[in-house]
Design a protein around this ligand. Structure first.
Ligand SMILES: CC/C=C\C/C=C\C/C=C\CC/C=C/CC(=O)SCCNC(=O)CCNC(=O)[C@H](O)C(C)(C)COP(=O)(O)OP(=O)(O)OC[C@H]1O[C@@H](n2cnc3c(N)ncnc32)[C@H](O)[C@@H]1OP(=O)(O)O
Length: 299
């Protein structure tokens, strides 16, 4: 994906100049006297406390924070920017959309498009995951809403997960319910988190766990009342930031490298696999039926 250099025009006609991961263009940035900074992009809101070295990314892609190509592009830029700025040691991921952390991959990106689009989209998904999973920062997911499929993967790629205690906020890899298959690297991350047997069960049935179940199976680390998600994430972050960075980062890398390398060594094949899978007539049909069901739910 042309993220390192070039020009990208987003839907609202806003043009951003990107060079070596530095966002030079139409970005609103404000710095308060108390060390607080706020970067605003269309779909990703970044708030940061420079003094504490902690940034918060809020997903802001209503109605459901689906991972559209435009969202992913903005998200990767923000992430790179924070990663390259040594001010930040910790990052909290959360949502600005009430009741939804993220609905996962944007089904409209996987339906009725051409092969080149599917390939570009999948590359962006891979890139997002690799950047999140291998981040040097401490990542805490403050999960304040439903978190199926790709939304769950983003949470699982963090170092720690705090989930709001609301039975509507279900989390899991539900791909089989859509008639699709979770890619091997989604599976690997789930296995690393909840173990092989529980992952096999959850993946085959496409289980979406309510908060108490998610805690029990080990998919999240804490379940707290909804109004305490952000404060809990912040206190967990403080605990983690007490560990010297170099030791924690090397340890994280030691734990995660093999899983990431598994994808890195076969990225192109993984893209081809996705493209040929998703472009099958039967898969297109399943996805369209699923999208239609979602739309009709309201009526
Ligand atoms: C051997 C192996 C071989 C091959 C494998 C190779 C490759 C692997 C292939 C494929 C893997 C692809 C991986 C995919 C992972 C994913 O993330 S798939 C996405 C899964 N997501 C979901 O199932 C979530 C669906 N959404 C919901 O359940 C609900 O919307 C949600 C609980 C999030 C919110 O509910 P609610 O608040 O009631 O909102 P609505 O349902 O009314 O939705 C509002 C509008 O948003 C639209 N929408 C919802 N989700 C999505 C989405 N993911 N993408 C696009 N659009 C979405 C919904 O249709 C409504 O639209 P409308 O207002 O009606 O226009």
């Amino acid at each position: 994906m042309a993220l390192v250099a070039g020009r990208k025009t987003f839907a609202a006609g806003k043009t951003l100049l990107l060079r070596a991961g530095v966002w030079l263009g139409a970005e609103a940035a404000a710095r308060g006297g108390n060390g607080a900074r706020r970067f605003v992009s269309q779909r990703v809101l970044v708030e940061s406390d420079v003094t504490a070295g902690i940034a918060t990314i809020k997903f802001k892609n209503p109605p459901v924070n689906s991972l559209s190509l435009e969202f992913l592009t903005e998200f990767i830029i923000c992430l790179e920017k924070l990663e390259n700025d040594k001010t930040y040691r910790g990052l909290i991921l959360t949502s600005d959309c009430p009741g939804i952390f993220s609905a996962g991959l944007d089904l409209r990106e996987m339906c009725g498009k051409n092969l080149a689009h599917y390939a570009e989209y999948w590359r962006a998904i891979q890139e997002t995951w690799l950047k999140l999973y291998l981040s040097n920062m401490v990542l805490v997911a403050a999960i304040n809403g439903a978190s199926p499929a790709g939304g769950c993967l983003m949470a699982l790629s963090s170092d720690y997960r705090v989930l709001a205690d609301n039975p509507r906020y279900r989390i899991g890899l539900n791909e089989t319910l859509l008639g699709i298959v979770a890619p091997f690297w989604f599976k690997d991350v789930l296995v690393n988190t909840i173990g092989h047997r529980a992952a096999e069960h959850a993946l085959q049935l496409g289980l979406l766990f309510q908060p108490t179940e998610a805690l029990q199976v080990g998919m999240v680390d804490q379940v707290v009342p909804e109004d305490q998600v952000q404060s809990t994430a912040l206190s967990v972050m403080t605990e983690w930031l007490a560990i010297p960075d170099h030791a924690r980062q090397l340890t994280k890398s030691m734990m995660r490298k093999a899983t990431a390398d598994n994808l890195i060594k076969q990225r192109e094949a993984d893209i081809q696999n996705f493209v040929s899978f998703v472009s099958r007539d039967s898969i297109q049909k399943s996805l369209q039926v699923y999208l239609e069901k979602l739309k009709q739910k309201k009526h």
